[in-house]
Design a protein around this ligand. Structure first.
Ligand SMILES: *Cc1c(COP(=O)(O)O)cnc(C)c1O
Length: 371
């Protein structure tokens, strides 16, 4: 048995990351300076988008996306049930109503037929979630949103570095949101971003993250002016230069990390092929899966397996309790596919610094505790 706990996810920090942060600490700008801008440009390039707006966290990114789309009271936004609660909360923050669509049983990605069933005259947008790191069927979702005049947003917090039909995650929807929490692919400590090709949406999000004020401190310093105007009700959702220095340094290793995640997934796939009762989620031939999570469905008692693996120092987890089962949203209806899947899913450890031996430890522990 392992003598230390293998976590389900973990950041990778190297000397170059530390040096990059130290350099900013010794510079003139600790926040909203040149490094935020440099990080935004690099992240836009990475995702194949014209604009990236960096914010304080992934939830703020989702909130800014809903603001930019003009979501407000009376508006409905369709979100999947199988996601982190922030995907629905961002709609509620704006006074809108999140409407829950169910997911496809094989992939747990948003089910376009369920989306279609939930469209009403009040629907304004869809937020697709690239659950576990697998991009959704964006061609179908785009057709649906075009037919009904809806905006299409992507909660791509799991999927940076992935692609769909050769197009990068980040460029697949009108707006795509990302998180740089340490458990995600790359980190800024706390942080997030939204990518878009539409300059007006980017402009509105830049306002929103700075109180709704038309200029930031650095722009006023450059102009030698004290004057500013608040034209919208925004928030302080800024990210700092210190954080963006870490983000820029991490971004340089993102592609390598995604490749390593895919290799770990392939090793799990091979190992699990001979293990009845533990099955990976379905993988579409149209995508390059970014594997934020490696999720399996188990045939037996999931809770018992969870405890047995934790006892063996395998840090499995469960993603997610469907949002429709949260007390706050219980009155919003149910999504039976997501709710049934929830009883069976387990996230196996997945992060780029894992060794092949770590993966084999997980497979051995699974063999010992199932069957
Ligand atoms: C992590 C995550 C978020 C929120 O990101 P934070 O940076 O923690 O605010 C939102 N949606 C999904 C799907 C996530 O995984």
């Amino acid at each position: 048995m392992r003598d230390n706990m293998l976590p389900y996810g973990r950041q990778s920090i190297d000397e170059a990351d530390i040096q990059a942060v130290v350099e900013v600490l010794q510079s003139d700008w600790l926040t909203t300076g040149p490094t935020v801008e440099a990080f935004e440009e690099a992240f836009a390039t990475q995702t194949g988008c014209a604009h990236a707006v960096a914010l304080s966290n992934g939830t703020a990114a989702l909130h800014a996306a809903m603001f930019a789309l003009g979501i407000g009271p009376g508006d409905e936004v369709i979100v999947p049930a199988m996601t982190f609660v922030a995907t629905a909360n961002c709609v509620a923050y704006q006074g809108g109503k999140p409407v829950f669509a169910d997911v496809l049983p094989a992939s747990l990605l948003i089910d376009p037929d369920s989306v279609a069933q939930h469209i009403t005259p009040r629907t304004r947008a869809i937020i697709a979630v690239d659950y576990a790191g697998q991009p959704c069927d964006y061609d179908r979702l785009r057709r649906l949103s075009d037919q009904h005049g809806l905006a299409l947003a992507a909660d791509a917090c799991h999927a940076v570095g992935g692609s769909y039909k050769g197009r990068s995650v980040g460029s697949l929807a009108d707006l795509s949101t990302f998180s740089f929490h340490p458990v995600k692919h790359m980190t800024t400590g706390e942080g997030g971003a939204v990518t878009t090709d539409q300059p007006e949406l980017a402009r509105r999000m830049r306002l929103f993250r700075n109180h709704g004020i038309t200029s930031d401190h650095r722009q006023r310093a450059a102009q030698g002016s004290w004057f500013y105007e608040m034209v919208e009700l925004g928030y302080n959702y800024r990210i700092s230069d210190i954080q963006c220095a870490l983000g820029l340094s991490q971004l340089a290793r993102l592609d390598r990390w995604v490749t390593r995640r895919q290799a770990i997934a392939a090793r799990y796939d091979t190992g699990l092929a001979s293990l009845p009762g533990v099955e990976p989620l379905a993988l579409s031939p149209d995508v390059s899966h970014a594997y934020h999570l490696y999720v399996v469905r188990v045939a037996g008692d999931r809770d018992a397996l969870f405890s047995a693996l934790r006892q063996r120092n395998i840090g499995v987890n469960v993603h997610y309790i469907p949002t429709t089962l949260q007390p706050y949203y219980r009155a919003a209806g149910s999504c039976p596919v997501a709710e049934q899947a929830y009883q069976q899913i387990l996230s196996l450890p997945m992060f780029p610094a894992m060794s092949d031996e770590d993966v084999d430890d997980v497979l051995t522990a699974l063999r010992d505790t199932t069957g």
